[in-house]
Design a protein around this ligand. Structure first.
Ligand SMILES: *Cc1c(COP(=O)(O)O)cnc(C)c1O
Length: 394
């Protein structure tokens, strides 16, 4: 630059702000709130954009704050790499459309997050990807469905009945059949379960939930290993569902307290599940920490550090009593989402699972009066009081 004449106000306002180069570390990773990165030479730009040289080109293709979050996630999930996304659904869509193409068949669990079910039942068939839904607890049915399939998709702990899939058995079946094994590990979080240990090549999270943990962001992440990595990166870049730098920063901030949060979510959920199970106005409680849970033993093996913060229950009196119960709560909120500091409740059939037709819903064991609870981090006594009071009014 010409040093002789002082640049004009606009030029100085634009070029005056520089990233300080410092040698010290900070406990908080800087937020690189930038869309682009400068190169010293045109050749350096050409080399970097082709991934022949380390560096960053454009935030949709990569950003240091995203990278820090991705490396942290890969470490916590015990995978080689991770990619971050604008939402859990963007992550799921990218994995499915990277691994499967027109003419392929996917095998998926019948027990799925509503949005994932809708993507598989309504969107993928438009692109000639066929989906067979199978009961993940019926090992023989899964083995039969896997023949000739491209990938298998399951949730570690599934919406809304908080069932637990035997990832060890399912991963083994996929290995024998030569089928890619994909798991949505959102409800467990990387603290309670690392599915790569069981042969799963793609571990997906809605980072909106326990990873963020504070109901203040939308995000997704895929942790992967081996051959899948390059293919996934290229779909991420071309489809554009990239996470924003601030969200990646919030996710790292959330992960720092994940173990403490998961332990508290789990201990309060256990106490609440026991209170509900003993209550005369409750017909049924679904929580993997209860001996009455159908996969309690699978859960003890798969989730040795705790059973998580999600539970569901059926209030006697069906839909109306369930709605009255929700309306009578004062501390717990009626709201979408899960995995954060506030306790949230919702009626499954009319909300999270509305996209499923009633027959599919019944096949997945979702009762009409089922209430799903994401147990937050409030004082356990206050929460138990709130649920007890609301049950009296239900
Ligand atoms: C919320 C959720 C998703 C979707 O994630 P978004 O971040 O809302 O797009 C997928 N799977 C499970 C199990 C979820 O709870």
């Amino acid at each position: 630059m010409d040093e002789g004449r002082r640049k004009g106000f606009a030029t100085r306002a634009i070029h005056g702000a520089r990233t300080p180069r410092i040698e010290q570390e900070t406990p908080s990773v800087p937020i690189f709130q930038t869309s682009t990165f400068r190169f010293e030479t045109a050749e350096e730009y050409a080399e970097t954009i082709s991934f022949r040289r380390p560096g960053y080109t454009y935030t949709r293709d990569g950003n240091p704050t995203l990278r820090a979050f991705e490396l942290l996630m890969a470490d916590l999930e015990e995978t080689e790499s991770a990619y971050s996304f604008a939402s859990g659904m963007a992550a799921i869509h990218t994995v499915l459309t990277t691994l499967a193409a027109a003419g392929d068949r996917i095998v998926a669990s019948t027990e799925l997050y509503g949005g994932t079910y809708s993507l598989m039942a309504n969107v993928l068939p438009r692109y000639s990807i066929e989906v067979s839904f199978v009961n993940p607890h019926d090992v023989d049915a899964v083995a039969a469905a896997l023949a000739g399939a491209k990938l298998f998709y399951v949730e570690t702990i599934a919406n809304p009945n908080v069932t637990v899939s035997d990832l060890e058995a399912l991963g083994g079946l996929c290995r024998e059949a030569g089928v890619s094994a994909v798991v949505d590990n959102t409800f467990a979080s990387p603290y309670l379960c690392n599915p790569v240990a069981f042969g799963f090549s793609h571990v997906i999270h809605s980072a909106t939930k326990y990873i963020g943990g504070h109901h203040d962001l939308i995000g997704g992440v895929v942790c992967t290993t081996g051959e899948g990595m390059e293919a996934l990166r290229s779909t991420v870049i071309e489809t554009g569902g990239t996470m924003a730098p601030l969200e990646a920063w919030l996710c790292m901030r959330g992960l720092a307290t994940l173990p403490l949060r998961m332990e508290r979510h789990g201990s309060t959920a256990q106490a609440l599940a026991e209170l509900l199970e003993a209550h005369p106005k409750v017909e049924r409680v679904h929580y993997p920490g209860l001996a009455s849970h159908p996969q309690h033993e699978v859960a003890e093996r798969l989730l040795p550090k705790g059973f998580g913060g999600m539970l569901a229950f059926e209030v006697a009196g069906g839909v109306e009593a369930g709605m009255r119960f929700c309306d009578a709560l004062e501390l717990a909120w009626v709201a979408a989402s899960l995995g954060g500091i506030h306790t949230l409740v919702g009626h499954a059939a009319s909300t999270t699972h509305r996209q499923m037709d009633p027959a599919a819903r019944r096949a997945a064991g979702i009762g009409d009066g089922l209430i799903r609870v994401s147990v937050g981090l409030e004082d356990p006594e206050d929460l138990l009081d709130d649920f007890g009071r609301a049950l009296e009014k239900a």
